[in-house]
Design a protein around this ligand. Structure first.
Ligand code: SF4
Length: 496
């Protein structure tokens, strides 16, 4: 991947534990996320009302599964139809290559200024840093993205990039960086940002956007948004470059409405978004607006590797609604930056290991209580908890897994411990002797056992084994006077 923009606040998935610790110690972050996530969860619930949500999720999952089953053919069909419509299609094996393609398009037009609509794939490949290194200014136009860019941060949520900031913090950023008044008036701040951005739209040489759904049968690129910046990005500059992962393709135009309904309701609790853009071609003869050139860059970046694994393939169903993170008890407490990846939360914890390798991201699959909330709310029924378990297994396995860096968490000590346990558990006499000795020495169990006991009491071996307890219980049933238990201890006392 390309380097990140110099000066931008950086987080690393390798530092997940330290970053989580810092975030948990910051009451402002916790309050901002709690408030925002409570609101989003309530809106999602209300927006589905009395719809048969399960049936709709089933439909969404099936549409995505069908598209993935035919992915190679659909990508070819998409390319052919886009090209027939006048959209130039480019293939990129990784982020580096995708950045290069977009830079070359910019250079071929002598572009000095790029305006960007929201695109997580462009974040994933650090496009802004790449363009800026080539002397091309890249400005985010989604309000949340604009704010985090001004504040030299990265997005903390895939749908609401600036959700970690509250009104006072936003006012301060706008005041510091653009000279607006300090205020709590949201309308004033929005109008000020709009004014600044509008001028930049008019001056931009190239517009770069993401894609929500790429329709193979018609060669149409669908873009879902609320602010109108997506429409401006894709229509005002003379050149439009859409960039997306190869998994975003759907087969038919009729597949889009159910996915769109699921996406908007799951993401922000909206029945429809303010804008829904369908881009099918550059400006045609006689038309008065629209770009003269449209390009589509299809990025792989490890996706075809996931595609070859029957289980992990489910990750590619994602429609990037963000509902899994809004409902995740870990994400809502530590926030998005803690993960140190473009995609935070549960979807990030299953997607990032593929994009960056398990060596970089080995702690992310463990950043979950496995409560199952993410899997229950996912509109396309991705079995996220199962995939987290799979990646945990892969990270401690023998290194032959399908994800780069498999086996990275496997340590000799742990392997020896499990082998020892396996031997004990399959040799009853040794097990009985071991548990009996452990029971007798339980008073010597240390009160602290590393990080485990930071928030928990250290477990102690039971004073007596289950077999002994059962025997005693059966004896006391035969002999209620308790003569068979001369010590006269209750079972509870024995266990303590
Ligand atoms: S995994 Fe499911 S819930 Fe999470 S962002 Fe993707 S589609 Fe939404």
């Amino acid at each position: 991947m390309s380097a990140q923009t110099p000066g931008v606040e950086t987080y690393s998935p390798r530092e997940f534990h330290r970053q989580a610790h810092d975030a948990l110690g910051n009451p402002q972050i916790r309050a901002n996320f709690r408030k925002a996530m409570d609101g989003l969860m309530a809106k999602r619930r209300e927006s589905f009302g009395d719809w048969d949500l399960e049936a709709l999720r089933e439909l969404g999952a099936n549409i995505r599964l069908r598209a993935l089953a035919k992915l190679p053919d659909l990508l070819e069909q998409l390319e052919a139809n886009c090209e027939a419509n006048g959209i130039r299609v480019h293939w990129a094996e990784d982020g580096e290559q995708a950045c290069r393609i977009i830079r070359e398009i910019c250079e071929s037009h002598d572009a000095k200024s790029v305006i960007k609509g929201k695109s997580m794939v462009s974040e994933e490949m650090h496009l802004n840093a790449h363009l800026e290194a080539a002397g091309i200014e890249a400005l985010e136009s989604d309000l949340g993205e604009y704010l985090v860019q001004l504040n030299q941060q990265t997005p903390s949520h895939i749908i609401m990039p600036a959700i970690h900031l509250n009104t006072d913090e936003i006012s301060e950023i706008l005041h510091d960086k653009t000279g607006t008044e300090r205020t709590r008036d949201v309308d004033y701040m929005t109008a000020a940002a709009r004014q600044q951005l509008r001028e930049r739209f008019m001056a931009a040489d190239v517009g770069v956007s993401g894609v929500n759904f790429a329709v193979a049968e018609t060669g149409t690129l669908c873009l879902v948004e609320n602010e109108g910046n997506g429409r401006m990005t894709t229509t005002v500059p003379p050149v439009h470059v859409a960039v997306t992962g190869i998994e975003k393709v759907v087969e038919h135009l009729r597949d889009v409405p159910p996915l769109y309904s699921l996406l908007t309701r799951s993401a922000t609790g909206q029945h429809v978004t303010t804008y829904f853009n369908m881009i099918s071609s550059p400006r045609k003869e006689g038309e008065r607006d629209g770009p003269q050139e449209v390009h589509l860059v299809l990025v792989d970046s490890g996706r075809s590797r996931i595609y070859q694994d029957d289980e992990l393939l489910d990750t590619l169903r994602c429609i990037r609604c963000g509902a899994c993170m809004n409902h995740c008890p870990v994400y809502t407490r530590v926030g998005g930056h803690t993960y140190g990846t473009t995609y935070p939360g549960p979807i990030g914890s299953i997607l990032s290991p593929h994009l960056m390798g398990l060596e970089e991201t080995k702690d992310l699959p463990t950043a979950s209580s496995l409560c199952g909330a993410c899997g229950e709310v996912c509109p396309v029924k991705i079995p996220i908890p199962d995939l987290l378990v799979r990646l945990r297994r892969e990270s401690v396995g023998e290194g032959r897994g399908n994800v780069a860096g498999a086996g990275v968490k496997r340590t000799r000590k742990e392997v020896a411990a499990w082998k020892g346990f396996q031997w004990l558990a399959t040799h009853p006499a040794a097990w009985r002797a071991g548990t009996s000795v452990a029971g007798k020495l339980r008073a010597l169990t240390p009160a602290r056992l590393g990080a485990w006991t930071d928030y928990r009491t250290a477990p102690k071996p039971a004073g007596t084994t289950l077999h002994a307890l059962v025997k005693r219980h059966q004896a006391s049933k035969r002999d209620p006077a308790g003569e068979s238990d001369p010590a006269g201890k209750s079972h509870e006392e024995e266990r303590r």
